[in-house]
Design a protein. Structure first.
Length: 457
C-alpha cells in the first residue's frame, strides 16, 4: 500500500496543505493546472480559473489573513493587492522548499476510489502528453470554489433575447469594458460593490441591483481595520452571537448610520445572518448619486431595456452578474461527493463520512479569512494520516453533519452562498478538539509512508 498523498491545486489551500505535510514528514505530490502558485490570487492565472480583477485588494486585513507558519511582512499595507498576495505565496513556497514538489501545468482528470480506501488519480500534462494513473493512500482536494461561474438561476424572462452584453464577474478584468456604457451590476457582495464603484468612475451611468439588502461594513473604523477590532475578544474566548451582533450593529450605527440613510434597502435579516459586504467606498458613491440603486431584475422586455421588480426600466448596455459560483469537482464523480445546490456533506467541512481518506481543504466560507482555517484543517488531516488522532464512525459523522446543517440553517439566510459558511473562531476551536480525539487500539491506523505505486492508465 502506497503512503503518498495527492494534493490537487497549488492555491492558498493547496500550498498550506503541502507545507504541513512536509513539516510532518508525510510524502506527497501536488498537481497544479497552471504554471504558478496562487490560485485565485494569481492575476490572469494561466490555469484559466482566477477571478482576480486588476484593482482587487483583499477585504480581510493581512494580520488575520496570513499563515501562522509564515506571517506577512510588516511593510505590506493592511489590505494588500492581489499582486502582493501572489508575491507572498511565492515567498511562502520558496521558504519551505515546496516549489520543486509541485507538478505545474498538470491537470487532474479523474480521482477514483481504489481498494483499501486508496485512490487512483489520473493526470495529464496541460501542454500535451500521455495520461498517467497513480495510486495514492489519500487525496486532499484544494481546487478552490470561486472559479465555476453561477449565472442567475433561473434565467430572467427575456434574458436570452437581451440585445446588450451579459458578463459574469469572473470574466471582469479592467474597467475599459465599462467606458461609454450604461452599466448594471447585479448583486451586493464584495465583487459587486468593487465593480460598481469602479464603474461609477468610468461608465456613463451605473446601477446596482439586488434581491435583498446587505450590511455594508467599512474596512476601517477609528483608524483600525474593522475585522481586527471585532476579532480582539472573539479570538480569546467564545463570544455569544447576540453580543457580537449588538456590538457590530452599534459600532456601524455610530460610524456610518443606517443603510437606508444612503438609499440602500434595509436588510431583511439581522447582522451576521448573511455574509457582510466589505466596502469603504460604496456608500459614498451611492450617496453622491454616482450609483443608482435598484431592486432585482424582473425581466428583459426587449432590446437593451431592463425592467426591475418595482416596475421601473432602464436602458442598459452591459449587465455584470455578480451571482456567485458553483462548487465543482470535475475530477470526482457525483456518486463519490455530491455538490447538488452547492451543498457538500463533509464532517467538519473536511471529510465525507464514506471516504475517510478523501479530504477537502479551504472549502468553507468564514466571516473572515480562509487561509488560517485551511492551515488548521491541514494540521488535523496530517494528524489523521499519521495516526495521531482518529475520525468518529461514519454514522456519528453523518449525525454531526446534520446537526451543523440545522444550526447553519437557523443562523444564516437560505442561499447557495451560505452552504459552506462557518464561524471563524468557533470552527478553529472545533478543529483543535478533533486533534485531541486520540486513536484507540485497532482503529484509525496510521497511514504507511513510502513510495508511490503506478497503475496502468
Amino acid at each position: 500500500m502506497t503512503g503518498r498523498v495527492c494534493v490537487i491545486g497549488a492555491g492558498s489551500a493547496g500550498i498550506a496543505a503541502a507545507q504541513v505535510l512536509a513539516a510532518r514528514g508525510l510524502p506527497f505530490d501536488v498537481y497544479e493546472k497552471g504554471s504558478q502558485v496562487g490560485g485565485n490570487w494569481r492575476y490572469r492565472n494561466d490555469n484559466g480559473q482566477s477571478a482576480a480583477y486588476r484593482s482587487l485588494h483583499i477585504n480581510t486585513s493581512r494580520r488575520l489573513m496570513e499563515f501562522r507558519a509564515f506571517p506577512m511582512p510588516d511593510d505590506l499595507p493592511d489590505f494588500p493587492s492581489h499582486f502582493q498576495i501572489a508575491a507572498y505565496f511565492d515567498a511562502f513556497v520558496d521558504r519551505f522548499g515546496l516549489r520543486e514538489r509541485i507538478r505545474f501545468r498538470t491537470e487532474v482528470l479523474t480521482v477514483r476510489p481504489a481498494p483499501g480506501d486508496a485512490w487512483d488519480v489520473t493526470t495529464r500534462p496541460v501542454d500535451g502528453g500521455e495520461e498517467t494513473t497513480t495510486r495514492y493512500r489519500a487525496v486532499i482536494v484544494a481546487n478552490g470554489h470561486h472559479w465555476d461561474p453561477r449565472w442567475p438561476e433561473p434565467a430572467f424572462p427575456g434574458q436570452e433575447d437581451y440585445a446588450g452584453e451579459l458578463l459574469h464577474a469572473h470574466a471582469y478584468d479592467t474597467p475599459d469594458v465599462l467606458e461609454g456604457k450604461r452599466v448594471l451590476v447585479l448583486g451586493i457582495g464584495n465583487s459587486a460593490t468593487d465593480i460598481a464603484v469602479e464603474s461609477s468612475r468610468t461608465a456613463d451611468a451605473t446601477f446596482l441591483a439586488m434581491r435583498r439588502g446587505a450590511y455594508v461594513v467599512p474596512k476601517y473604523v477609528l483608524g483600525r481595520p474593522m475585522d481586527e477590532i471585532q476579532s480582539g475578544l472573539a479570538s480569546r474566548m467564545p463570544v455569544p452571537l447576540a453580543v457580537q451582533r449588538l456590538g457590530a450593529t452599534a459600532l456601524l450605527r455610530v460610524v456610518q448610520g443606517r443603510m437606508t440613510d444612503y438609499g440602500l434597502p434595509q436588510p431583511d435579516h439581522k447582522m451576521f445572518q448573511a455574509h457582510p459586504t466589505i466596502s469603504s467606498e460604496l456608500l459614498g458613491r451611492v450617496g453622491h448619486g454616482d450609483i443608482g440603486v435598484k431592486p432585482t431584475i424582473a425581466a428583459f422586455p426587449g432590446g437593451r431595456t431592463v425592467r426591475f421588480a418595482d416596475g421601473s426600466e432602464e436602458q442598459i448596455d452591459l449587465v455584470v452578474c455578480c451571482t456567485g459560483y458553483r462548487i465543482t469537482f470535475p475530477f470526482l464523480e457525483e456518486s463519490v461527493v455530491s455538490t447538488r445546490d452547492n451543498h457538500v456533506d463533509l464532517y467538519r467541512r473536511v471529510v465525507p463520512p464514506d471516504h475517510p481518506t478523501l479530504f477537502f481543504v479551504g472549502l468553507l466560507q468564514p466571516i473572515g479569512a480562509v487561509m488560517p482555517l485551511a492551515e488548521a484543517q491541514a494540521w488535523w488531516i496530517a494528524d489523521l494520516l499519521a495516526g495521531d488522532c482518529r475520525l468518529p464512525s461514519p454514522r456519528a459523522m453523518r449525525r454531526a453533519i446534520a446537526r451543523d446543517d440545522r444550526r447553519m440553517a437557523r443562523r444564516y439566510v437560505a442561499s447557495k452562498r451560505h452552504t459552506i459558511q462557518v464561524d471563524f473562531y468557533d470552527y478553529l476551536r472545533g478543529l483543535r478538539r478533533e486533534r485531541t480525539r486520540r486513536r484507540t487500539p485497532g482503529r484509525g491506523a496510521p497511514v504507511p509512508v513510502g513510495g508511490r505505486e503506478r497503475v496502468a492508465a
